[in-house]
Design a protein around this ligand. Structure first.
Ligand code: N01
Length: 582
């Protein structure tokens, strides 16, 4: 049973209504956009497929789910009062607490009355005559809106690989991204987990505590760094809160949009002893900042080899059975696939009832009535957890029929890979905004900060259009093409573009291989967005205005104008290949 299989409440479809904006999705992006539009006095309706707010944190309720950017930064920064009043309990908050925060946002900013739950948008078509979007939902709603805002997430369309015999399996099957709301009790069960990405790595140690037996089917071994999660003390929280705005500003100046100390020195300029010391210290701090141990780790393969070998040695030191340890040692570029952060992941393989099955050379053959068959052997199971990830970045767009000018659908336009100017909009689709869309830093930055920056920029844009009486805004094709070229070019400087990750769509057969997020660093991207706005939305065509498209009145975007940490993020640093975590 999936999380979406709850009872849908009867309601009359809304037909014929018109709003300034329709927002698709009530995760952090949709809620913040709604809050801003209401603040501007614009009318908006949000459609949300789930029964509640929270997006990713509504659906991903698997055991062990938590954020891996520190909670005190993985949160909205737009309200100083909110920052001061909300208390995070742990360094990395668990999913129920993040969902509680999302619900608090909905209540605190009085958003629920504008959100229609249990309703999936199935189509959005641009009406050339009326210059508006016509939106259809799976509940029969048919409404019009000047702006259509996609707040549909980057990792929200689950990947369900086709396994032969899936229907034959007599036990229960789950996907981490569609976890039942009532939870799952694995006590006394033989459980199989397919996949070893972030979702698997978080859930495996927790499932192992309950299950009678646990079999993990691994196709690609994964690098993971310990979280060293801990309770936050009031003293720590108060110390952060005493200078919260400064921390938020510092975070905006960093390549990832969140702050942690890092070392600009190239690993290849350090002695072997110095590297070992530095890696050990970074390992002891734990988490994603491990990648900031040296400045060149994601640029120079030889530098990357040193951190990869350090991480493999850690696995060998933790996992007692040498054969299992070797199977768990990745041989790809460290940090090329999204780095995982765990609590006791590798240690779990020391438990007598946990085993690892390599499916890299002999894939899962089929599901049988009683388990999973690999290479002629059947592994008996009572439950199967598919931690098989998502159709990243574009999968959530594929679920909606989006039709722009001249009947062109977004799916057709993006067939060879997504094309969007700055990741905020796509030529041929006027007044369509894509929050954390492909071509923006999105998943390479702290998501909530990436969302806030996009929403602030888009809200300023919509306010400007109202100020000048404009009907439509749309990227100009040549600017979009140049941006995509830049996104592709800049991706080549990073080793991240070199492996078969979901960043390039390679986790699912048949998808075009394109590096989708913008890897030039969050502050460089923000600066570009600010410039585009200051230059009167350069690269966009604004039509139907009764005033000129001069520099707009900047309301919200202003707070993103922070001094760049030039040592770190300057083009010179990029050219010298010393930008940790790009
Ligand atoms: O998905 P994934 P995820 N047979 O794509 C395997 C974010 N996130 O849900 O690598 C066998 O990373 C697949 O194997 P391979 C985070 O950005 C954040 O774990 O393709 N195996 C892989 O091992 C993350 O990166 C948090 O060879 C198959 C796994 O399934 C992103 O979401 C927590 C298979 C999928 O891993 C996605 O993470 C969770 C098959 N047919 C997620 N098909 C935080 O901590 C796929 N696999 C905040």
């Amino acid at each position: 049973m999936s999380a979406g299989a709850h009872k849908q409440h009867e309601r009359r479809p809304e037909v014929g209504a018109a709003y300034d904006a329709v927002i698709v999705g009530a995760g952090f992006a949709g809620m913040y956009m709604l809050h801003r539009l209401r603040g501007l006095g614009l009318t908006a309706r949000v459609y949300e497929a789930g029964h509640g707010v929270g997006g990713t944190w509504y659906w991903n309720r698997y055991p062990g789910a938590r954020c891996d950017v520190e909670s005190m930064q993985y949160s909205f920064s737009f309200s100083e009062e909110l920052d001061q009043q909300w208390d995070w309990s742990e360094k990395y908050a668990p999913q129920p607490e993040i969902l509680a925060y999302a619900n608090h946002i909905a209540d605190r900013f009085d958003l629920r009355q504008h959100i229609t739950f249990d309703t999936r948008v199935i189509a959005a078509s641009f009406d050339e005559t009326a210059k508006c979007w016509r939106i259809e939902t799976d509940r029969g709603d048919e409404i019009a809106a000047k702006f259509c805002i996609m707040a549909i997430g980057c990792l929200s369309a689950p990947n369900h690989p086709h396994f032969k015999g899936r229907e034959d399996f007599r036990g229960s099957t789950y996907h981490t991204g569609e976890w039942p709301h009532e939870g799952v009790d694995f006590t006394g069960l033989r459980v199989g987990v397919i996949g070893t990405g972030s979702s698997a790595i978080q859930s495996i140690p927790v499932i192992a505590q309950q299950a009678l037996g646990l079999t993990v089917f691994q196709r690609t071994a994964t690098y993971s760094v310990p979280a060293w999660n801990e309770k936050l003390t009031p003293e720590y929280r108060n110390a952060v809160k005493a200078d919260y705005p400064a921390l938020r500003a510092k975070a905006r100046g960093r390549p990832t949009g969140f702050y942690f100390p890092f070392n600009m020195k190239p690993a290849l300029e350090a002695s072997a002893e110095e590297r070992e010391r530095q890696y050990e210290a970074a390992w002891q701090r734990g988490g994603l900042p491990f990648l900031g141990a040296f400045g060149d780790l994601l640029f120079e393969k030889a530098a990357n080899d040193t951190i990869a070998e350090f991480a493999r040695n850690k696995i060998r030191g933790i996992v007692r059975d040498p054969a299992t340890a070797e199977l768990l040692c990745p041989d790809n570029v460290f940090g090329c696939k999204r780095l995982c952060v765990d609590t006791g992941y590798f240690e779990t393989y020391n438990l007598p009832h946990v085993r690892l099955v390599d499916v890299s050379k002999t894939p899962i053959e089929r599901f049988t009535a009683d388990g999973i068959e690999v290479d002629g052997s059947e592994y008996p199971l009572d439950a199967i957890v598919c931690a098989t990830g998502f159709a990243a970045m574009t999968g959530s767009f594929d679920r909606i029929r989006i039709t722009g000018r001249n009947g062109l659908t977004l799916a057709e336009k993006w067939r060879a890979g997504p094309r969007a100017y700055l990741g905020v909009g796509s030529a041929g689709f006027p007044n369509l905004f894509t929050i954390t869309g492909p071509g923006s830093p999105s998943v390479l930055a702290s998501m909530i900060q990436a969302i806030e920056q996009h929403v602030d920029w888009m809200a300023d844009c919509m306010a400007h259009m109202r100020d000048i009486g404009a009907a439509t805004i749309e990227p100009i094709q040549t600017y979009e093409d140049e941006w995509i070229e830049h996104v592709n070019e800049v991706s080549k400087i990073s080793l991240r573009s070199t492996c078969s990750s979901w960043y390039v769509g390679a986790n699912i057969a048949g998808r075009p291989r394109v590096f989708m997020p913008y890897i030039g660093g969050f502050p460089i991207y923000v600066q570009k967005c600010n410039e585009v706005m200051s230059n009167g939305f350069e690269g966009f065509v604004i039509e139907g205005a009764n005033a000129g498209n001069e520099a707009p009145l900047v309301r919200l975007t202003e707070r993103w104008r922070v001094p760049l940490d030039m040592d770190v993020i300057s083009p010179a640093a990029l050219a010298a290949r010393r930008v940790p975590v790009v």
